[in-house]
Design a protein around this ligand. Structure first.
Ligand SMILES: Cc1cc2nc3c(=O)[nH]c(=O)nc-3n(C[C@H](O)[C@H](O)[C@H](O)COP(=O)(O)OP(=O)(O)OC[C@H]3O[C@@H](n4cnc5c(N)ncnc54)[C@H](O)[C@@H]3O)c2cc1C
Length: 441
């Protein structure tokens, strides 16, 4: 009997795990269970809408989904439509690949004011994630502060300052485009507690900020150290490149561009100012002591109408799985949680790294499953289908996702690659319309 595996979550970790299981020559049946009707996790909903090349990896995952051994069950949420304990009863192995979708808080006074957003929500909004379609951020402000100096902070800043022409080949939803175009925004402040060497952005993303049509990067040369200090070889090259890019930025003038992205280092937010709405951000100058930012006692204020915290993500507890509340991940030892229960990707090791960083997790878990289950003993798919049928769960197959995909692509005005459906209702309506046409025809 084949080993039955349920993978919960269809982001990179889910697909890399499926891929590794298929490559292992094990006799497996893999069901990928995804809460949205759309697959691919943050590739669709996190990677920036103007970085379409990065999203192309989903085509490779699509091949995996179409393998005979694999079935996709979209629109099925574990914890709502089916319990984890139920899955464990039905499948030999269950792999949690549900990511880390929650924002980390700034934990400073004023965080509850209107105009403060976490990057998970804000990025979800401009990417058309159904959970955040109604976020409706008020961008009626000339200045936005983005707290964080990683790639997500840069993505947010870039999407806010790019021109309509620069976003033409993106899949930015129309509602987000309208709000961004109507905004009088001129200045985005990208703020890091630590220095340029400690900043996490990759060089390609940073350099892109110097090539924007109507926006110039602003860097204070006094904040740039002479060198990057002692670092391991791999880090050294990246940090040297970043420093060189920032030096180049620091030497530039306004270039008659309407917008500016200010990179401010050594600045720790201490309070969000204003009444009900954000009116500014108070920060403390820091210095680096043993790699950590320590306050200097000197404070300053940036006037801004919006604060976006791009300081990282965290996972939430999953009913039926032990949770490490300090690390905000599921408690696990190298991907193993309990007998027949595993985890991969951000839920397993925290929200770090790029898409391909999740590949190794998938390989590790696949090896463990193979070692733990020479053959299957539980019914898997058949019992799952019965359960979904009894509960009348409207699940979306991979072929149905392909119809949604085709409709999104068909609705786009080139060079936009697709016009995303942004509610689950709209997505399911595409399928029901197709079914209705078929029955009429
Ligand atoms: C804003 C942002 C931009 C990024 N940009 C890039 C980039 O340009 N290049 C790059 O290489 N990396 C990028 N990354 C990193 C990359 O996206 C992650 O490494 C990767 O997506 C993590 O994979 P994952 O499978 O663990 O989680 P996710 O991609 O989050 O996938 C988790 C999946 O599980 C599903 N799920 C959650 N709960 C349930 C449930 N209860 N039942 C069923 N399904 C569930 C979710 O809907 C989702 O589809 C970015 C990350 C972010 C946050």
């Amino acid at each position: 009997m084949p080993v039955s595996v349920a993978i919960v979550g269809s982001g990179p970790a889910g697909f890399y795990t499926a891929d590794a299981l298929l490559k292992s020559d094990a006799d497996v049946r893999i069901d990928i269970i995804e809460r949205l009707p759309t697959p691919f996790g943050l590739i669709r909903d996190g990677v920036a809408p103007d970085h379409q090349t990065t999203k192309k990896i989903s085509a490779k995952f699509g091949h995996t989904a179409l393998r005979d051994e694999v079935r996709f069950y979209g629109n099925v949420k574990v914890g709502r439509d089916v319990g984890l304990a139920e899955l464990r009863r039905i499948y030999d192995a269950v792999v949690l690949c549900v990511g880390a979708p929650l924002d980390r808080a700034l934990h400073i006074p004023g965080e509850d004011k209107s105009g403060v957003y976490g990057s998970a929500a804000f990025v979800g909004w401009y990417n058309g994630h159904p959970d955040f379609r109604d976020l409706d951020p008020d961008l009626n402000t000339s200045a936005v502060a983005v707290v964080g100096v990683g790639n997500v902070a840069i993505d947010v800043a870039r999407v806010l300052v790019k021109t309509k022409a620069e976003m033409a080949a993106s899949d930015l939803p129309e509602y987000a485009d309208r709000v961004i175009r109507a905004s009088p925004l001129t200045d985005v402040h990208v703020l890091g507690r630590r220095g340029p060497v400690e900043a996490k952005f990759t060089n390609v993303e940073l350099r892109e900020m110097g090539r924007l049509e109507d926006c110039v990067p602003v860097v204070d040369p006094a904040q740039l150290p002479d060198g990057v200090g002692d670092l391991p070889d791999r880090d050294l090259r990246l940090k040297e490149k970043n420093l060189a890019t920032l030096r180049e930025f620091a030497g530039r003038g306004s270039e008659d561009k309407a917008k500016r992205v200010h990179f401010q280092f050594y600045a720790a937010p201490v309070e969000i100012l204003g009444g009900d709405r954000v009116e500014g951000l108070r920060l403390e100058r820091t210095r680096i002591d043993g790699g950590r930012a320590v306050g200097s006692g000197e404070f300053f204020t940036i006037e801004c109408g919006v604060v976006i915290a791009a300081i990282g993500y965290r996972a939430g507890p999953i009913e039926g799985a032990p949770f490490d509340a300090d690390r905000h991940i599921v408690s696990n030892a190298d991907g193993r949680i309990d007998e027949g229960l595993y985890a991969a990707g951000w839920i397993m090791r925290g929200p770090t790294g790029v898409i391909s960083s999740n590949r190794a997790d998938g390989v590790t878990v696949a090896e463990r499953i193979r070692a733990d289950f020479p053959q299957g003993i539980k019914p898997g798919r058949e019992a799952f289908d019965t359960l979904l049928g009894e509960r009348a769960v409207r699940h979306v197959s991979y072929a149905e996702w392909q119809k949604i995909d085709a409709a999104e692509v068909g609705n786009a005005t080139p060079p936009a690659p697709r016009r995303k459906f942004v509610t689950i209702k709209e997505m399911l309506a595409v399928l029901d319309d197709t079914a209705a046409r078929r029955s009429v025809g």
